[in-house]
Design a protein. Sequence first.
Length: 149
Amino acid sequence: MSQAYTLAINELYKALGLDQPNEVEEVISLQVGEMICHLTEHPADSLLMFSSLGAVTDFDVSLLLNNNMFSQELQKPEVAIDETSGNVILWNRQPLLNAYGQSLYRQLELLSQACDRLTGVESANTALAVEASSETQSQSEFSPTSFRV
């Protein structure tokens, strides 16, 4: 875990109006609405955000593939299928070199919006409602070494 990752996590917490974490873990989990978003440094010098959306059988494949169409948005979330669980994984990343409060907020916002769109959740409020807790952090079932992109 690099110093740039620790600084980025602190910047994101500040942008979200959350208290700074006492300790920055290798994988941080935040609850954004119904979505649990995991953050980690993967690969080195990049901030990866990802969330499991559930079993692939619960989704319209054309909707998933349409989401992966190219875009001018560099932090646009992509869809993948975890080969172990068969779950749909939504992910995006950005270089830590360019990561600052608003770019990190935007990255999380894009992931949240894509999650809502793909899962059919209507979001009337455009502001992110984020919770960080040790309970949420303990729910992470992902290991950055097993998540390949």
